[in-house]
Write a protein that binds this ligand. Sequence first.
Ligand code: HPA
Length: 311
Amino acid sequence: EHAPESLPFDETLTTLRSVLPEKLRQPHVGIVCGSGLHTLAAAFREVVEVPYSTLAGFGKSTVPGHKSSLAFGLVGPGEGVPVVAMLGRLHPYEGHKLSTVVYPIRVMARLGVRNLIITNAAGALNPNIDVGTIVVIQDHIAFPNLTGMNPLLGPQIDSKYPRFLPLSSAYSVTLRRFAFLAAHKLQLGLNALTEGVYAWVSGPTYETPAEGRMLRNSGADVVGMSTIPEVVAGKEEGLDVLVLSLVTNKVVIPDQYRSIKEEVEAELAGNPVIRQDEAQVSHEEVLLIGKQKAEVMKGLVEKIVELIAAS
Ligand code: HPA
């Protein structure tokens, strides 16, 4: 099969034009809301929500904490800037094809979006990064991209795109600066944010300790199951990309394994070892931290949009 996949852009765009008022039809900024973060759109005015189910080519998000609609609205002072947000993203682990996962990003680009702000929930690999920290992503490691799960595998959907997309400067310096300036303007202080490298894994299993250690040793600060397909498609579409990861848990990477041999030895010697259950990450924990930090994330995204609009 060497023909590009046929994607229903005309149909999707026609539907959107028919349901959106004139002033919302050409959003400047696209936003992707991560787990527990769909309240980001509460900062929009004159919101029009369009369910994915009414849009050709869109999948349905099946993950708790994700809705399945596009929210169009205005952000910022005066008339405001038109923006569009994905309330609920699509993940390969739900069974969506990578081309489906990134289709909404391609639609955003065709509506006129030039800047993409992607949020997600992530686990911290770097022991210095605490739960609740927002990490401005500066680079990524995507084992799936390197090993046959790259969203750009296959015939190109448009010959105007480069066949070999460089990703050496995928994360916009301008937008990363705006993130820190927004933290400053909101009086959160620059320390409210930190910078780091995101490792993309397919999930849906959380990492084993050995996998967490490997990712950490590879140079990653946080790990998550999303975002990178959207970053890659966004870069192919020529968008400026910013990624904000909210750390919802620490990845458990013990220095040492418990030695069952030693425990049995001690037990046989009449000194049984009493052990506590080890910590385990859960999606409930991920959603809870998302909820607690949603207000801060919302304020930041809103301010970053204003900085983009003023630039
Ligand atoms: N691992 C992978 N993805 C995640 C995690 C994690 O610990 N936390 C939130 N998303």
